[in-house]
Design a binder for this molecule. Structure first.
Ligand SMILES: [Zn+2]
Length: 225
């Protein structure tokens, strides 16, 4: 925590850190990522405070569900691209005239040149899911920033469009990751319903976030100087 920070900012930051913990606790158990590393819950995600290195005001908004007036959903597909699955997903979306947001693992995209451009050309959004599917709460600010910036640059370079959204692997993010996302002007997108490979053919099941009917977004004002 920054020395001498006004009390109001400190209080707000603590409050929003609590929201993050609740969200992460609610969704982490349902998250399935490709395990470049294992999620490690030994350290509380809110144990750290952000390191402020920007003189300007910035904030991060975390969304885990929205309440659109129309009956619509947002499809998001994580952890790709893969040579096996991404073409199949693109074909399904094309057949249904549907668009989706792909949360990209940078290292995988680097190994499959052209995959992101194909998805972008077909009208899909590409967004940031870190370089190696890293748990952002288990690394320092410079690691988190490099992971997200490297992925950001790859997506922008391969598609010509800079991503604007980040999804933290395992749904885990704390004030350090939030501050990095804020500096990159990212919105942090979680999820309200999770379908895995094993239950994709079955009905969509209620998830813990449905216990938060009125809580859809939280904006964390990390610093205002
Ligand atoms: Zn993931």
């Amino acid at each position: 925590m920054t020395e001498g920070a006004p009390t109001g900012q400190v209080r707000r930051r603590r409050f929003l850190a609590g929201l993050s913990l609740f969200t992460v606790g609610g969704v982490a158990g349902t998250a399935v990522g490709y395990a470049a590393e294992q999620a490690n819950a030994a350290e509380s995600p809110t144990a750290r405070t952000e390191i402020l290195n920007s003189p300007r005001a910035y904030e991060a908004t975390v969304t885990w569900r929205t309440e659109p007036s129309a009956r619509v959903i947002a499809l998001t597909i994580d952890d790709g691209p893969t040579r096996e699955w991404t073409p199949q997903v693109l074909a399904i979306l094309r057949n249904h005239g549907a668009s989706a947001t792909f949360f990209i693992v940078g290292a995988r995209a680097e190994g499959d040149p052209g995959a992101l451009a194909r998805a972008a050309d077909e009208g899909h959004e590409l967004a940031n899911h870190t370089w190696l599917h890293s748990d952002l709460t288990q690394h320092d600010q410079s690691f988190d920033a490099e992971s997200l910036e490297r992925t950001h640059d790859l997506i922008a370079g391969q598609t010509g469009r800079a991503p604007t959204l980040c999804r933290p692997p395992y749904g885990r993010i704390d004030s350090v990751g939030l501050s990095v996302c804020a500096e990159m002007h990212y919105r942090v997108m979680l999820w309200s319903n999770h379908v895995t490979g094993s239950d994709a053919a079955g009905p969509m099941s209620p998830r813990p976030s449905t216990a938060l009917p009125s809580l859809t977004t939280a904006t964390s004002r990390l610093a205002q100087v």
